[in-house]
Design a protein around this ligand. Structure first.
Ligand code: PEP
Ligand code: MN
Length: 338
């Protein structure tokens, strides 16, 4: 349920409305938007008396929200959320956030070279996996602690915030100390225990869509994080599994439009994991910007042929450099900038 306040109301009226909702057993999320102030009920709102609440002074109207996601719902927060990724970088505003870097951190020389190159081309944050969720236990599993340390070194040299995947809650204190944005990978999108734990963190969370998850399931996973108090969620569409096997996954661009309509959270698109083919990345990245994505996360490797993970879908720093002005041109067509 949401309470929409009148265009003019007093602080006492606001407090009275909040108290009335809390008496009904819910937590209240206050959203002061550009035009309206909205009080959203988090939790079970079955005991709230709609009739009574709608007659409180200062309250314009009361609306039941049928969707199961509340804190992530645009009805609770009509304005787009702008999330701070650290180091002065934000995602969700007019400026698109382009995050780039290798699938995995492999060495100091590799991560520093790629980070410097993508920064020069206009990336605002870097990615790089240190803990890798691999299908085979015999594949490279990531450099672990040393990988995170190398990311920090690249951050030192470039000033860009780090995005890297957390696979186990055991590593959360270490990540909170060292990284800027915590990625929850597609395979862990419904690891509810992990979601609750990162929900108690203050770090922004990049939540990838699960391999076969519906839009509602994805938003409910965001809700798990937000319900614990962490409202800094960035959604990431990275392709879903369909009957098609030519591409690694199927990039669901209509999901970007749907989610932007249903939720106030920013959405970034990962064309690399969606397609699995480096030659498709440029066009799909441009398409994602056209569809209204708030940013991109792109795999870039200095030597894709010899990459330890996801070489086939990684573009080179030179290809990334060529891509950025094209993205800027497309962004201008849809009222955004890079
Ligand atoms: C990754 O970002 O390298 C990754 C493993 O992504 P996903 O969880 O989308 O497969
Ligand atoms: Mn990858």
């Amino acid at each position: 349920m949401v309470l929409i306040m009148k265009s003019k109301f007093t602080q006492e009226q606001l407090q009275e409305a909040i108290a009335a909702m809390e008496t009904g057993g819910v937590k209240v999320m206050v959203s002061k938007g550009s035009e309206t102030t909205i009080l959203g009920a988090e939790g079970n709102s079955a005991k709230l008396d709609e009739e009574y609440l709608s007659q409180l002074p200062g309250v314009e109207r009361v609306m039941r929200v049928s969707e199961p996601f509340k804190a992530a719902n645009r009805k609770y927060h009509p304005d787009d959320s702008v999330i701070d990724m650290g180091r002065g970088v934000t995602v969700g505003g007019k400026k698109l956030a382009v995050i780039a870097g290798p699938c995995s951190v492999e060495s100091e020389a590799q991560i520093v070279a790629v980070a410097q190159a993508v920064k020069e081309s206009g990336a605002v944050a870097m990615r790089g996996g240190a803990y890798k969720p691999r299908t085979s236990p015999y594949s490279f599993q990531g450099m672990g602690v040393e990988g995170v340390r190398l990311l920090m070194e690249a951050r030192e040299k470039t000033g860009m915030p780090i995005v890297t995947e957390l696979m186990s809650a055991d590593q959360l204190p270490f990540f909170e100390e060292c990284v800027d944005v915590i990625q929850i990978g597609a395979r862990n999108m419904q690891n509810f225990d992990l979601l609750k734990k990162v929900g108690r963190s203050k770090k922004p969370i990049l939540l990838k869509r699960g391999l076969s998850s519906t839009i509602e399931e994805w938003l409910m996973s965001a809700e798990y994080i937000m319900a614990e108090g962490n409202k800094n969620v960035i959604l990431c569409e990275r392709g879903i599994r369909t009957f098609e096997t030519y591409t690694r996954n199927t990039l669901d661009l209509s999901a970007v439009l749907a989610v932007k309509q249903l939720s106030h959270l920013p959405v970034v698109v990962d064309p690399s994991h969606a397609c699995g083919k480096a030659w498709m990345v440029e066009r799909m990245a441009m398409a994602a910007v056209t569809a209204g994505a708030d940013g991109l996360i792109i795999e870039v490797h200095n030597d894709p042929k010899n990459a330890l993970c996801d070489g086939a879908q990684s573009i080179t720093p030179q290809q990334f450099e060529a891509l950025m002005p094209k993205l800027a041109a497309v962004a201008a067509c849809v009222g955004r900038e890079i």
